[in-house]
Design a binder for this molecule. Structure first.
Ligand code: NAI
Ligand code: MG
Length: 333
């Protein structure tokens, strides 16, 4: 089993006298900046006051939360550790225009997702540390657990160690965010990115939503009421996943009825057929080869034409309409 790094493996002392610039006060930036500050780390926020012609609410929010807020280039100049928590697809151009000039010797460039380093959209100079601290959780949950005195698990990685203590620095960042309270695993940037992209495409986001829709469509096309199909294929998904989360698949099988257990165990493999498994293998290959990343970067540069079409298709699916009505009906009043 891989070693799980805990509180005693990390020393916040390596961050004393250092300034961490959190670039981007969004989902992760907000959570990590506040946790690090509460852990006694000196934090400044790098943000953009006017974004897309409008006042950027993240700039205001960071100020209201009591941080020193600077334009990204000024924050990069001031900081020893530059933690890039901007959306992955904008990181490369912001790095090029506002951060790169301030990557002087001995500084650390930090990320919470390895995308731009693993796919070489950002190529930092050799004389800086390149590190990653990736909480395995949405920002809101991370902050909530931290305030409860615990934390969420996370991953750390060192891509470049220019100072000889890059690993100590990233471990301290993880500790400051509360991650070593729950447990931290060490990996490479590539492992984190490939696994993460594959997981969200094949299983968590892509696979799950298509499975839900296919089940719903099968029932509705056969004449069952959409409301019933919604409950069966979407609403109950959460209840089943909660059981799996709590005690693994075997606990779920134990809790559901014997009929559900026999039906599921004997029929599930008919859904995930050898062809589906072959598709999964291909998806992983496309992630590892950089084919997916290239497509996504080009899509972003073109102004997201395909994404807009896909979003509209997804939003207009009948399951969304019936879901909205049902959730309204069953809301606590
Ligand atoms: P986000 O979507 O919340 O955006 C962060 C901030 O970036 C925004 O508040 C905005 O002020 C700024 N921003 C947006 N577009 C910009 C532009 N064009 N130019 C300059 N600034 C811009 O980002 P999020 O979701 O917090 O992601 C940050 C990093 O954390 C990413 O690398 C992501 O993969 C990683 N991550 C995110 C998780 C999550 O829970 N959302 C979980 C684990 C990792
Ligand atoms: Mg993920």
């Amino acid at each position: 089993m891989v070693k799980v790094l805990m509180e005693d493996d990390a020393d916040l002392g390596v961050l004393s006298g250092k300034t961490v610039a959190i670039m981007g006060y969004g989902a992760q930036g907000n959570a990590q900046a506040n946790c690090l500050k509460d852990s006694g780390v000196t934090v400044v926020i790098g943000e953009t006051e006017i974004l897309g012609g409008k006042k950027n609410p993240s700039w205001e929010k960071a100020k209201a939360d009591g941080f020193e807020v600077l334009p990204i280039d000024k924050a990069a100049e001031k900081a020893d550790i530059i933690h890039v928590l901007l959306p992955d697809e904008v990181q490369a151009s912001v790095y090029e225009g506002q951060i790169k000039a301030h990557m002087s010797e001995g500084k650390s460039l930090c990320f919470s997702h390895g995308f731009n380093i693993a796919f070489k959209a950002i190529v930092p100079p050799k004389n800086v540390n390149v590190i990653m601290v990736a909480p395995k959780s949405p920002g809101t949950e991370e902050r909530k657990r931290f305030l409860e005195g615990f934390g969420v698990p996370g991953l750390i990685a060192v891509h470049q160690d220019a100072t000889g203590n890059a690993r100590d620095i990233v471990l301290a960042m993880a500790k400051g965010c509360g991650l070593t309270r729950a447990g931290v695993l060490e990996c490479t940037f590539e492992q984190e990115v490939y696994e993460d992209l594959f997981g969200e495409q094949a299983v968590l986001c892509g696979g799950l939503s298509e499975l839900i829709k296919a089940g719903f469509e099968t029932l509705v096309e056969a004449g069952y009421p959409p409301e019933m199909a919604y409950f069966e294929c979407l609403h109950e998904m959460k209840l089943i996943v909660d059981l799996v989360y709590e005690g693994g698949l075997s606990y779920m099988w134990h809790v559901v009825s014997n009929t559900a257990e026999y039906g599921g165990l004997s029929r599930g493999k008919k859904i995930i057929t050898p062809e589906v498994r072959a598709n999964m293998k291909q998806m992983l290959k496309d992630v590892e080869s950089g084919k997916f990343a290239k497509e996504w970067i080009e899509e972003y540069k073109k102004g997201l034409p395909n994404m807009k079409k896909l979003r509209e298709e997804a939003a207009n699916h009948p399951i969304e309409k019936v879901g909205k009505e049902i959730r309204e009906l069953f809301k606590k009043k």
